[in-house]
Write a protein that binds this ligand. Structure first.
Ligand SMILES: Nc1nc2c([nH]c(=O)n2[C@H]2C[C@H](O)[C@@H](COP(=O)(O)OP(=O)(O)OP(=O)(O)O)O2)c(=O)[nH]1
Ligand SMILES: [Mg+2]
Length: 324
């Protein structure tokens, strides 16, 4: 996890950077506005100046403890426009959830700023944090914010009531969720449904552990753990594609004779059908390294369920546990 001082997220044409003590005045000027505060459940109105300092200090402490990630939304002249952030909470049955929140100052409304900032933070968080999903709640009289969440990829899952401190009363809210399968990369959405052929390997080391790679931010299903491999090019065999992908993604060399066909996945995702042979491979040369910035993990088969995987891979788990 990058250090807080270096954690900048690009949300072109905007930028997200961790809140700093010197943001307090600008933050206070924008947030101490009834139209902003009445939509934020935990903020008082009027919003005292000291609270801005206290809040910024609290966000730095949360970040250090890996309990929260709160950013200033800046324009290309480093003007402070609002905040976007998340707190990590552990919910019964569901596990660790990132609770997303944001606000934009009134001069900056209706420009799509919250959507860009929330989308970037959501994609970053699902790709990099140990969370099962994101959640957000929206007051039911806040149509603009519901639109932001829907454009970001959140889906409404129910309703609740929440205390809104500035309004002095509780108020109905819609609860939204976003999971790793809700990340749609626009450039990978085909115009018509198609069959995608992917070749993948379970690399097995001398201790019987299997190599998993975490799909990096920017790819579909980012944050999920997969078997290294990739799409077959037209005319390419499954073995040739896999040898090429293992070299590109991990920097290792594998020969055809070391790829043993093991099983295959056939799965319908919402936008495409996946057909993916899985090979077992126990011999390669070189040390696997994440050459595309992806995290790697050598995992005992008994622990495979601790790593969230794409739906297509779930049937592999029991088969590998029986075999290895
Ligand atoms: N490599 C791999 N892909 C998987 C697994 N499970 C699964 O659903 N997939 C899906 C995710 C993607 O839609 C597709 C693989 O595409 P990819 O994006 O990794 O393809 P690639 O390595 O060729 O990368 P790119 O150049 O297209 O970005 O298969 C898996 O275990 N390994
Ligand atoms: Mg790949």
């Amino acid at each position: 996890m990058p250090d807080i001082a270096t954690l900048f997220l690009d949300a072109a044409p905007y930028r997200l950077r961790p809140l700093l003590p010197e943001d307090a005045t600008a933050l206070h000027n924008l947030v101490n506005d009834w139209e902003v505060v009445r939509m934020l459940s935990r903020l008082p109105f009027p919003y005292p100046r000291d609270l801005a300092d206290d809040w910024i200090a609290a966000t730095l402490a949360m970040h250090r403890a890996k309990q929260g990630y709160h950013f200033a939304i800046l324009d290309n002249q480093n003007r402070f426009m609002g905040c976007v952030g998340l707190r990590v909470e552990t919910l019964p049955q569901i596990g660790r959830v990132g609770m997303l929140g944001y606000w934009v100052g009134r001069p900056y409304w209706k420009q799509g700023i919250a959507t860009k900032a929330a989308t970037r933070l959501a994609h970053w968080a699902l790709a990099n944090l140990d969370i099962t999903r994101l959640r957000a709640t929206v007051a039911q009289d806040n149509a603009a914010s519901a639109t932001v969440l829907e454009r970001t990829g959140f889906k409404a899952i129910g309703t609740d009531r929440q205390m809104f401190i500035a309004r002095g009363t509780d108020h109905p809210v819609t609860v939204y969720e976003m999971t790793r399968t809700d990340i749609n990369m626009p450039q990978t959405l085909p115009a018509t449904r198609k069959l995608v052929l992917v070749s993948a390997a379970a690399l097995v080391d001398t201790e019987g552990r299997v190599l998993l790679a975490r799909r990096p931010e920017g790819k579909s299903l980012a944050g999920l753990w997969e078997f290294p491999g990739g799409k077959m090019e037209p005319g390419e065999s499954a073995e040739a594609a896999l040898i090429r992908e293992l070299h590109e993604e991990l920097g290792i060399d594998v020969s055809r004779g070391c790829l043993a066909p093991f099983t295959f996945a056939s799965h319908s995702y919402t936008t495409f059908d996946l057909l993916m042979p899985l090979f077992l491979c126990r011999r390669w040369s070189g040390t696997p390294t994440g050459r595309e910035g992806q995290a790697l993990a050598w995992v005992h088969v008994k622990d495979l369920r601790d790593y969230p995987m794409p739906e297509a891979d779930l049937p592999f788990i029991a088969l590998l546990q029986e075999t290895l």
